[in-house]
Design a protein around this ligand. Structure first.
Ligand code: FAD
Length: 378
């Protein structure tokens, strides 16, 4: 990432940061005449979906992830990542094709900063060091990068070097999924975190021949089973779930050619300490809004000026600055506890199984709200 002078691109009217669910729903709902010359900027198509195994069943039912009016033979059956990607591709095609070809551009880079010079006057900096002057920026960048174990408060007493780095012994949920089923097979794993993503890591381990040696969470497991969808995973892991913290991790043996981790854990209210061995530890502790590519760093001081807005029925949640120059869709806000209360009115109209702060249904509603707001303030 550079802060140098940068190469200035021709002015455009709208920059959409991201190419996932929110970006495509937003683009499909606005009129090209309202958006003017538009640039979609994103490092990777589909965000985390791009690296997800296609056969993987998502944590929500087919009904929960389908557009209103869709038909299903099994509404409670789980949708695969493949089906979800197909739906996203058809939505993206629809969104992109309605723009005249000279009005829509794509930049394969992250937005690293947004510098607001005045109302409807911004400069976006991309990770490839290009600068994009524009009128408005719509942030659809998802929940942000995952917290790794260090960001989750775990201390490492040493670190891997050379070939051992590629064993991904201390990793995160999405990085573990990116390694595919073979990475899980035969491993004794620890999962760290108490949410649905942690539960899905347990499911991946069971489906792909890994062993969940321990599932630890400092704050319990209340968020792990939204709508009862992970009942089976909760049953399978009952005897290995512990409320507790991982304090320290040591890479055992030679740092370049050894394998295996020793985790110092602290369990329950009594804070009993123990040393446990695992082949790998997966952090599923949520997103890190403070990371360099996260929303707070991208918007800088502008982040403080955002105000929440509910629009539509059921209400989508977005945040905007004082004159609508910057619009942020809800998943980017979901990692910040100051926004959590604002999801109440959105959830009030949703079925229990859709009530996930950064879930797909809330994302779609928020992208629709963003499009309505965008049109009404152009
Ligand atoms: C492991 C996992 C499992 C999940 N399972 C479910 C589920 O079963 N059901 C459910 O409802 N929800 C689920 N979710 C949540 C779901 O992924 C989100 O609701 C949805 O993807 C949010 O859409 P989005 O477009 O806001 O973000 P994303 O789909 O994450 O897309 C973000 C986009 O922004 C881009 N981007 C990121 N940072 C920048 C930047 N600085 N500049 C430019 N572009 C950027 C990315 O490359 C990507 O294109 C899951 C999430 C994870 C991580």
């Amino acid at each position: 990432m550079s802060n140098g002078p940068g190469i200035v691109l021709p002015v455009c009217k709208t920059v959409i940061a991201g190419s996932g669910v929110a970006a495509m729903r937003f683009a499909s709902r606005i009129r090209p005449s309202a958006a003017g010359s538009t640039v979609i900027a994103s490092e990777r198509d589909w965000g985390w979906f791009s690296s997800f195994p296609r056969e993987w069943r998502l944590g929500q039912s087919r009904r929960a992830l389908s557009p209103p009016g869709a038909e299903f033979w099994d509404p409670r059956g789980k949708r695969t990542a493949e089906e979800q990607v197909r739906q996203m591709i058809s939505e993206a095609t629809e969104a992109v094709m309605k723009f005249p070809s000279d009005q829509l551009g794509y930049i394969q880079a992250s937005v690293t900063s947004v510098n607001k010079l005045g109302p409807k006057n911004c400069v976006v900096r991309y990770s490839n060091n290009y600068l994009q002057p524009c009128e408005r920026v719509v942030i659809c960048s998802g929940v942000g990068p995952e917290k790794d174990l260090t960001a989750s408060g775990v201390k490492f007493l040493n670190s891997p070097t050379g070939p051992r780095v590629l064993l991904y012994e201390a990793t995160t949920a999405l990085k573990a999924m990116e390694q595919g089923s073979k990475w899980f097979a035969g491993k004794r794993l620890a999962i760290y975190g108490g949410g649905a993503t942690a539960a899905w890591m347990g499911e991946a381990a069971f489906l792909w021949g890994g062993e969940v040696g321990a599932w630890l969470s400092p704050n319990g497991f209340a968020g792990a089973n939204p709508g009862g969808r992970n009942n089976d995973i909760m049953d399978w892991t009952e005897h290995v779930r512990h409320e507790g913290k991982i304090n320290m991790i040591t890479f055992e043996g030679d740092t370049a050619y050894g394998r295996g981790l020793l985790a110092n854990v602290q369990l329950g209210r009594a804070k009993t300490k123990a040393d446990w061995n695992f082949d790998a530890i997966i952090a599923a502790t949520g997103a890190d809004p403070l990371a360099p590519t996260g929303i707070q760093s991208v918007l800088g001081l502008g982040y403080q000026s955002l105000k929440p807005i509910h629009l539509g029925n059921p209400a989508g949640l977005i945040a905007v600055d004082d004159d609508g120059t910057i619009i942020v869709t809800s998943p980017a806000l979901a990692a910040d506890p100051t926004w959590s209360g604002d999801f109440g009115p959105v959830f009030a109209n949703l079925e229990t199984e859709n009530q996930i702060a950064a879930g797909i249904r809330v994302t779609e509603l928020s992208a629709e709200a963003a499009a309505n707001y965008f049109e009404s303030t152009r």
